[in-house]
Design a protein. Structure first.
Length: 156
């Protein structure tokens, strides 16, 4: 089996446990991968805005508070992000059908197209990279993706 990475790019403290070394390696490689995937998105969109768009798409109509909680940011931060997304015509506010006092955010048709383009570009980039990885290693990555999804589901 070929190795994708042979050593971490960041020194780990002497005496670090195997779990600490694994955590360091995963943090670094996941951060680099996320940065490269964000770079595939259209110019002029921040990582925070892109994340908020993906979350609104995933969650459906959502309140500002729910979005802030899901994104793990403070309400003033999500308010600024949403304001820029509204200004760009990517999200819109709508009254909650069950309680007209509550406002929910939804993707506009332009926002939906933007999200679909960003996903397509990111997936195409990653597929191109993965084509150069041996099938045996791709199978390992597939299992790792499932493991990471379960880990994140249960994470605080």
């Amino acid at each position: 089996m070929s190795k994708i990475a042979t050593r971490p790019s960041e020194p780990v403290a002497a005496g670090a446990s195997e779990i600490e070394r694994l955590a360091t390696d995963l943090r670094l490689v996941i951060s680099r991968l996320a940065r490269r995937l964000r770079q595939q998105a259209e110019e002029g969109v921040t990582a925070s805005s892109l994340s908020a768009l993906f979350s609104i798409d995933r969650l459906g109509p959502v309140t500002l508070g729910e979005l802030a909680s899901f994104e793990r940011v403070q309400p003033p931060t999500i308010t600024r992000i949403v304001a820029s997304l509204e200004e760009a015509g990517l999200v819109a506010r709508q009254a909650d059908p069950a309680d007209g006092r509550v406002t929910r955010l939804r993707l506009t048709s332009q926002g939906r197209r933007f999200v679909e383009r960003a996903r397509t570009r990111g997936s195409a980039y990653l597929a191109g990279v993965l084509q150069r990885v041996p099938a045996e290693d791709r199978a390992v990555l597939g299992r790792a993706a499932g493991i990471l999804e379960r880990v994140l589901k249960d994470a605080p």
